[in-house]
Design a protein around this ligand. Structure first.
Ligand SMILES: [Zn+2]
Length: 376
């Protein structure tokens, strides 16, 4: 039988099971009546789903809640360690690695300096990193859903081929080149999409959010109706190559005037020997040259952020290396945004990212967790 919306009974059952799972995973424990209210189904329907989730080992019964009238209500809790996923973030000079549990919480994060090279040694090192991460948390291999690999580049639709990465100097590389020693399912994800996914997870679905990443390159991602908007060629959110200044500064992409040439973290860190933290130390110390550079940087950033707000009319989360410093140094940006905005007197829509260096690796792990939940 089909419902009015076109969804079959099986679809409805699946949606309800996933909603039950998410409702339990949102809390440490939840009582039977609270759960039924939250899912919005009758208790017998919810109970059937809870039973199935318990059989899968994803949910457990944890005693009872005292309720009014002396009746005891059953309580349920998530089994967060029922599954895990690993996320790797590969950049030009570093590797980040995250272990996340089934609720998407970060269990462990490690980051080390290791320049990227296209070699079997590098691929073997990635596998060792995954194994050592699992060993440190006593995580058995049968609980591992997969490994997400975040990269700065454009991917093919199947997320199994890296089409182009300027930062890594790669074209048309299959995921096997990275995953050949890793004994789990692996898939690629664009770094800004991954970081945006990690940030988006903290928002109430199905809100729309735009994520702008200000790292050594500028990127971003767009979440609408609860999911990532990829565009026709999976290049949506490449905000770094929006033209900000006609015939402006040269961009690494070969064009001129791209946002990247004005707002990448390198624009700032180039002034302090490549060390971004030193740039902000200088700001704290009142260095007038660095202050002037920061003001100029923010004047361009404000144009970009205002444009994103005008296009998407939703929260704009600013992350990446520079985003990590905005809660401390972002006040002038908020003033500029208020000045630019045609419709709003303030910049309340601008949000600083929740995660810092771990965001892309965490997002890469979340891809596997989300796929598992959708398969329930
Ligand atoms: Zn460009």
């Amino acid at each position: 039988m089909m419902t009015k919306s076109g969804a079959s009974n099986r679809d409805v059952k699946k949606i309800n099971r996933i909603r039950t799972m998410r409702s339990i995973f949102d809390c440490d424990r939840i009582s039977q009546p609270e759960l039924a209210a939250k899912v919005g189904n009758s208790w017998p329907t919810v109970l059937q789903n809870v039973k199935e989730l318990m059989e899968m080992g994803l949910v457990q019964e944890v005693g009872t809640f005292e309720s009014t009238g002396g009746r005891k209500a059953k309580a349920f809790a998530p089994v967060r360690n029922a599954r895990y996923a690993v996320g790797l973030e590969i950049t030009q000079n570093h590797i980040g690695a995250v272990l996340a549990d089934l609720s998407g919480e970060l269990v462990r994060f490690e980051r080390k300096k290791r320049p990227f090279e296209r070699s079997d040694t590098y691929a073997a090192m990635l596998a060792e990193l995954v194994q050592s991460l699992l060993a440190k948390e006593d995580c058995p291999p049968e609980k591992v859903l997969g490994v997400g690999i975040s990269l700065p580049g454009i991917l093919d639709r199947d997320e199994q081929t890296l089409v182009y990465s300027h930062a890594l100097g790669l074209r048309n590389v299959p995921v096997e080149e990275f995953s050949r020693h890793i004994p789990f399912p692996c898939r690629f994800i664009n770094d800004a999409n991954a970081a945006g996914l990690a940030e988006f997870r903290g928002q109430q679905s199905p809100r729309s959010v735009v994520y702008l990443s200000l790292s050594n390159s500028v990127g971003g991602s767009i979440f609408t109706g609860g999911s990532l908007y990829g565009g026709e060629h999976l290049r949506a959110g490449e905000f770094g190559h929006m033209t900000l200044v006609p015939d402006g500064r040269p961009c690494y992409c070969g064009k001129r005037g791209c946002l990247d040439a004005y707002c990448s973290a390198k624009v700032l860190s180039d002034r302090t020997d490549g060390n971004l933290a030193l740039f902000f130390d200088g700001l704290r110390a009142g260095n007038p040259d660095l202050q002037a550079a920061w003001n100029e940087y923010l004047s361009y950033l404000a144009v970009a952020v205002n444009n994103l707000r005008m296009i998407f009319d939703c929260d704009v989360i600013v992350g990446g290396y520079v985003g990590g410093f905005l809660s401390e140094f972002g006040a002038p940006l908020r003033e500029l945004l208020a000045q630019h905005n045609t419709f709003e007197p303030d910049s309340g829509y601008l949000k600083c990212s929740r995660y810092k260096l771990e965001s892309s690796a965490l997002g890469a792990a979340l891809v596997h967790i989300e796929a598992f939940i959708q398969s329930l």
